[in-house]
Design a protein around this ligand. Structure first.
Ligand code: NAP
Length: 285
């Protein structure tokens, strides 16, 4: 089974390195720029292709790993080339988009799959390492799923299958868990900067707290992991937070209030009673 990639960016290149390290055979890469194709081909000891049809002819499985917005135009290009056969499987790695994107080539009868790694790929080499502990989400037709399942059995990655109607919601959740976690931390760091703590000390000082919190969530779940003034019902402390933010860093007040209200919704009737919930709601509103 030969695996080829259209799009030699972070996901395409790190997946290629990961597949190669697991003994899978790669045909190579076609990308928008020759430099990216060359870099990925070098890193994976595979070939650089200068056109899509040569890559497809040399591959059984073709992964489109361009950005989401370019997948459709690549699919339309493939539809016009007439080189894809029923023996191929065509895959994309978008989290939000489904295999409906492959409608222009559906009639060929090839395998179709969307293969989403639940991982953040901010650089190629680290991402290739992280892939060994990555879970994948799949959605596709029978042949497409069967081919991708074979690959994930070889690489020993867990996976689950999702209905295509749920992909957008699934991806919105992944954005909250990964991207908005970054935003939340950036807001906390921003508030700390306003206290005069040196920027270079903030990450170092607060990472142990953040890491321990993530560990608590993993071990006990979100509701039980929560510590701090809201779950203790310390109304005076919450009132003081709101006052201090209002005066010293008002730009953070809406986020503090929204997150506070979401937090008490999470623990209502589980760790605080209705009376405490109503009092905290008043303070946070
Ligand atoms: N990044 C993540 O954390 C992550 C996680 C899970 C899934 N995904 C999904 O994985 C896919 C790729 O994301 P990415 O982060 O790897 O993007 P990326 O780093 O921007 O890479 C996309 C690559 O596609 C190439 N490209 C663009 N248009 C092309 C075209 N028409 N023909 C051929 N190549 C083209 C670009 O090539 P050049 O470099 O040659 O210009 C670029 O290197 C997306 O569907 C994304 O949703 C991403």
């Amino acid at each position: 089974m030969k695996i080829g990639f259209i799009g030699a960016g972070k996901v395409g290149t790190s997946l290629g390195i990961f597949f190669k390290n697991n003994g899978l055979s790669l045909s190579g890469y076609f990308s928008r720029s020759e430099a990216s194709s060359q870099n990925a081909a070098n890193l994976t000891e595979s070939c650089l292709f200068s056109d899509i049809s040569a890559l497809i002819k040399a591959s059984n499985l073709v992964l489109i790993t361009t950005g989401d917005d370019q997948i459709s135009s690549v699919v339309n290009q493939i539809a016009q080339l007439s080189c894809l056969t029923e023996n191929h499987t065509l895959i994309h790695t978008s989290g939000a988009l489904s295999t409906d994107l492959f409608d222009p080539i559906k009639a060929i009868g090839c395998g179709l799959c969307s293969l989403h790694p639940i991982m953040s790929f901010s650089d190629i080499i680290n991402a290739a390492e992280n892939l060994s502990s990555t879970v994948f989400t799949l959605e596709g037709n029978k042949n497409g799923l069967a081919d991708v399942e074979k690959i994930l059995e070889i690489t020993a990655n867990p996976y689950f299958i999702i209905n295509k109607e749920h992909k957008v919601l699934y991806h919105a959740a992944a954005c909250i868990l990964s991207n908005y976690l970054v935003t939340l931390m950036n807001s906390g760091f921003g508030l700390l900067k306003a206290t005069g703590i040196a920027a270079d000390q903030i990450t170092k000082a607060f990472m142990p707290l953040i890491t321990a919190t993530l560990g608590n969530i993993e071990n006990s779940g979100t509701v039980n992991a929560l510590t701090g003034p809201l779950v203790r019902g310390d109304e005076n402390t919450i009132t003081a937070h709101v006052q201090a933010i209002k005066i010293q860093s008002p730009e953070f007040l809406p986020l503090y209030q929204t997150m506070g209200l979401a937090t008490i919704d999470m623990i209502k009737d589980k760790r605080i009673d209705t009376k405490k919930y109503d009092q905290l709601t008043k303070i946070l509103s």
